[in-house]
Design a binder for this molecule. Structure first.
Ligand SMILES: Cc1cc2nc3c(=O)[nH]c(=O)nc-3n(C[C@H](O)[C@H](O)[C@H](O)COP(=O)(O)OP(=O)(O)OC[C@H]3O[C@@H](n4cnc5c(N)ncnc54)[C@H](O)[C@@H]3O)c2cc1C
Length: 444
């Protein structure tokens, strides 16, 4: 039974937590939103250094879902712009369009082109019924060994620091879905790329980008939740959960004790399990270091971001914020957001400055800057829990944890980090809206 005198406590003020808090508070519910970081936004937050503005890598809203699009517009009002997608992938020393399009095949060395077509016609049909055990099987089945070897293998190994045979096939499905996004740009396998060769017409994918940084959505949601009476705490730690066999009876944060009617957890699962004495194994998150680079002159590339798979480059993706909006850089200058994935236990995480020299060299190698004198400043940001790591046996581990936590009947897991879900912001918005609606309906 729900107790309306007690608050609904939401842990984590990323997109999911902010959407839930806003919706519940607007419906007259008592809400407490608790965030461990020093501001709201989670993975959709923004860093500002003078005139230069950086999100966490590339961040923009896909607007394919009408309901989510109108929700975002309702919150942002007029404060956004629509941009056309323009993304790239760098391999074999060249830039190619991403999602892969037919022209990429003709841009490849002739031997690779022949091998890819041979595989398409004679090797891939034979693999149709092959059971997929891991990431490598998935890519080999849909793209063939040549594309696997020249791009997918190295990129995945470098990005996750996990071999493709140790990586679950869901990583391939989700990563391709996340990076392609628009279903009409079908290039989920070599056949689809070939089909586009003959049906080729320019497809455009549009995105929405908030004025002045991606964090505008969470800031607006938090403001509105507050106006409706929600209490929001940042820089706060959950010190303790008081548990009975069936419920989370209480929690202590910042020396305050609260008895929640419901607890919605969008934070790190390991943290929740530790607080609730539930064993957790095999569910780890990948962390990310951002090198936010201020460049003295405009950069001579027009993509918004590019994926870099080669083992000899330290970064996996570079974003040009000015291609989202010129307001993110100062006039006549430019910037680059360079992403290096790692784990908190790695040397790079402990000493990220040690990589700056290598990053400068690699930016020159890929033609983004000419010399290191082009760089004015490098700001480093560490992002914990950026991606759930989908190892081969993560589904069993996740199932076990969810089952153990399900004994707490007033606890709901939500969002990317809370559900160990490789998702996008529109998924988190949808998840938050649905969860809030269920709670409102249950009480009515
Ligand atoms: C590099 C990168 C680029 C991306 N680009 C895009 C893009 O272009 N488009 C797109 O749609 N999506 C993109 N995404 C995905 C998007 O960022 C996420 O889907 C979305 O931000 C997830 O929001 P969330 O609230 O579900 O989770 P999170 O943002 O992870 O929020 C969880 C919150 O909980 C807090 N927290 C954790 N533990 C605790 C605790 N114990 N106590 C209190 N608080 C806690 C965290 O600090 C965080 O604020 C990208 C992600 C990354 C990493």
């Amino acid at each position: 039974m729900s107790d309306k005198t007690k608050p609904i406590v939401v842990i984590g003020a990323g997109i999911t937590g902010c959407v839930v808090a806003y919706k519940l508070a607007s419906a007259g519910k008592k809400v407490i939103l608790i965030e461990k970081g020093n501001e709201v936004g989670g993975l959709a937050r923004t860093f500002r250094y003078g005139d230069f503005i950086f999100d966490i890598g590339p961040h923009r809203f896909y607007i394919g879902n009408k309901e989510i699009f109108s929700f975002i517009c309702e919150i942002l009002k007029e404060d956004y712009r629509i941009i056309q997608r323009n993304t790239s992938v760098f391999f074999l020393g060249k830039y190619h369009a991403w999602p892969l399009n037919p022209w990429i095949l003709f841009n490849l060395p002739i031997s690779i082109l022949f091998k890819s077509f041979y595989e398409l016609l004679f090797v891939l049909p034979g693999k149709r019924r092959k059971k997929i055990k891991h990431f490598k099987d998935y890519i080999m089945k849909y793209y063939g060994p040549t594309l696997y070897n020249i791009f997918f293998r190295n990129y995945t190994q470098k990005f996750l620091n996990l071999s493709p045979e140790e990586t679950h096939a869901n990583w391939a499905k989700e990563a391709i879905k996340r990076t392609i996004i628009d279903e009409r740009m079908a290039s989920r396998n070599l056949w689809e790329i070939l089909r586009m060769t003959f049906l080729f017409f320019p497809l455009r994918t549009e995105f929405l980008y908030p004025t002045g940084g991606i964090d505008l959505l969470c800031h607006r949601l938090a403001e509105r939740a507050k106006e409706s009476g929600a209490e929001i705490y940042v820089d706060s730690r959950i010190e303790k959960l008081n548990l009975s066999s069936r419920k989370i009876e209480g929690l202590i944060f910042d020396h305050k004790a609260v008895e929640p009617d419901k607890l919605i957890w969008t934070g790190n699962l390991q943290n929740l399990c530790e607080l609730s004495n539930v064993p957790i194994n095999g569910l780890n998150y990948l962390d990310l270091i951002l090198y936010n680079v201020v460049v003295k002159r405009p950069i001579n590339k027009d993509f918004q971001w590019c994926y870099y798979g080669s083992e000899d480059l330290v970064f996996s993706r570079v974003t040009l914020p000015s291609r989202f909006s010129q307001d993110l850089v100062s006039k006549g200058r430019d910037s680059l957001c360079v992403e290096v994935t790692c784990n908190e236990s790695d040397l790079w995480w402990k000493d990220p400055e040690s990589l700056i020299g290598r990053i400068k060299e690699d930016l020159i190698k890929v033609g983004l800057i000419e010399t290191s004198a082009d760089i004015d400043n490098v700001y480093i940001e560490k992002i914990s829990n950026a991606y759930p790591i989908y190892t081969r046996d993560y589904p069993q581990h996740l199932c076990q944890v969810k089952e153990s936590l399900s004994k707490f009947e007033n606890l709901s897991l939500a969002g990317r980090t809370g559900l160990f879900w490789y998702n996008n912001m529109d998924d988190s918005i949808e998840n938050g809206l649905n969860l809030a609606e269920d709670i409102i309906l249950e009480a009515s």
